[in-house]
Design a protein around this ligand. Structure first.
Ligand SMILES: *[C@@H]1O[C@H](CO)[C@@H](O)[C@H](O)[C@H]1NC(C)=O
Ligand SMILES: *[C@@H]1O[C@H](CO)[C@@H](O)[C@H](O)[C@H]1NC(C)=O
Ligand SMILES: *[C@@H]1O[C@H](CO)[C@@H](O)[C@H](O)[C@H]1NC(C)=O
Ligand SMILES: *[C@@H]1O[C@H](CO)[C@@H](O)[C@H](O)[C@H]1NC(C)=O
Ligand SMILES: *[C@@H]1O[C@H](CO)[C@@H](O)[C@H](O)[C@H]1NC(C)=O
Length: 377
């Protein structure tokens, strides 16, 4: 009977409800509303986490007492000075973290973003790790032990393939020169791998992919099989996440948590606005389902939708993204919210899906329990 009770408790709490924490990337644009209004709106939407690109003290202060956790991204142009000079990392922490910690819940700091394809970091293989180490030690020296340090990579620049995911690896030579040392650092310091993952970009580069497969839509052709693992994939997002997991395993670091620092779908008018809505709705309900991915049942630890507001002042990264995708097209917008802070898309952030899954698991579990009780007699 004890055994039955034990099994019952396992079945009633089947996955201990591990779901991906969903947030937004936020970088204030010229016409976006004041930061404290944005924070209030995010709180009312119960958004648990926000990624700040190019953060500054005023912006970070606005999140004080909000209980919204923050992922800060240090701009690429600071990476060389962080690497060559611990004091510049200390100065940054002194200005951007120390005054607000822990009232603003800073959880992680990314040293640069996609530095391997940035012209601002001339030799990432010699600068990235020292910059990360200097930041890590600067935090510890100032008595801050709860903030992790990492850096952000971009799927299309570091992963060899998404088809099939099980054969994906990190690209050489960037793997040996940069990624492996980073993974080692992340494991030593209990941090997470950060990756920008855009099914949109892979879809644009591979004309044979049905758009529904990229947009989480069910349909007769919306699947791909990985013949090596025998897994059937029903969306491009899972394939890309599992390609990252497989590449980590090949490098011998399969247990490091994965955070998806950017994912999203741009829109202009008409059809692509519909696509963007479908992608974001599909993404949110997929992540809320708690199903994880075939190769990692807990899925990504966090995912940040790119991005909260359309940007008028573009980062280099965003220009590049536009370039990749805008051949012959009009301007693209990545924001999910208008400047008046209403959502462009109808996104359901509640847990309806998760509940229906719990129920779906619970009903067969009860039959199983009855069977066990019968066998026990
Ligand atoms: C703050 O957020 C954490 C995790 O996001 C949550 O567990 C906790 O209940 C929140 N606290 C308050 C006071 O809302
Ligand atoms: C190191 O960084 C600090 C703070 O930014 C600066 O004052 C100092 O001049 C730098 N030292 C060198 C050798 O670059
Ligand atoms: C590693 O991080 C996780 C979550 O961030 C935390 O629960 C755990 O205690 C940490 N372990 C160590 C050894 O710091
Ligand atoms: C955009 O693409 C054009 C040609 O396709 C190239 O010359 C230019 O350098 C690219 N710009 C950026 C910012 O990547
Ligand atoms: C917010 O702005 C959008 C786009 O300009 C507009 O369509 C919408 O009606 C506005 N909502 C409110 C509540 O003002």
């Amino acid at each position: 009977m004890l055994l039955s009770l034990l099994i019952l408790s396992l079945l009633i709490f089947p996955s201990t409800a591990v779901t991906t924490t969903i947030g937004f990337t936020y970088s204030p644009a010229v016409n976006s509303p004041p930061a404290d209004h944005v924070v209030t709106t995010l709180q009312s939407l119960k958004i648990p986490t926000v990624r700040l690109l190019n953060p500054n003290p005023t912006l970070i202060r606005a999140f004080s007492y909000s209980n919204i956790s923050l992922l800060l991204t240090i701009p690429n142009d600071l990476v060389p000075s962080f690497a060559s000079n611990r004091s510049s990392a200390t100065l940054w922490v002194y200005n951007n973290v120390l005054p607000f910690h822990p009232r603003a819940r800073i959880s992680l700091i990314s040293v640069g973003s996609d530095v391997i394809s940035s012209s601002l970091v001339s030799d990432p293989s010699t600068t990235l790790i020292p910059a990360m180490q200097n930041l890590h030690h600067a935090l510890l020296d100032l008595g801050i032990h709860t903030v992790s340090v990492s850096t952000t990579f971009s799927f299309i620049h570091v992963i060899t393939t998404a088809f099939p995911p099980s054969s994906a690896e990190f690209q050489e030579p960037v793997n040996s020169l940069v990624i492996r040392p980073v993974l080692e650092f992340l494991e030593e310091t209990n941090s997470s791998l950060l990756m920008n993952v855009y099914p949109y970009n892979v879809y644009r580069l591979h004309g044979e992919i049905p758009v529904g497969f990229a947009l989480f839509q069910e349909g007769p052709f919306n699947f791909r099989d990985d013949v090596v693992t025998g897994v059937r994939y029903h969306n491009l997002f899972d394939m890309m996440v599992d390609a990252v997991i497989a590449a980590m395993a090949v490098s011998g670091y399969e247990n490091i948590p994965l955070i998806l620092t950017e994912t999203g779908w741009p829109s202009n008018d008409g059809e692509s606005q519909l696509y963007a809505e479908k992608y974001i709705q599909g993404l949110v309900s997929h992540l809320k389902s708690g199903l994880g991915t075939p190769l990692r049942k807990e899925g990504a630890a966090q995912a940040y939708i790119y991005q909260l507001f359309d940007e008028n002042t573009e980062s280099n990264d965003q220009k590049k993204k536009k370039n990749l995708s805008s051949q012959g097209e009009t301007e693209q917008y990545w924001g999910v919210m208008y400047p008046n802070m209403t959502m462009k898309y109808n996104i359901n952030f509640n847990n309806a899906h998760q509940n229906s899954r719990m129920l779906a698991l619970l009903v067969p579990s009860i039959y199983f329990l009855l069977l066990l009780v019968a066998l026990d007699r």
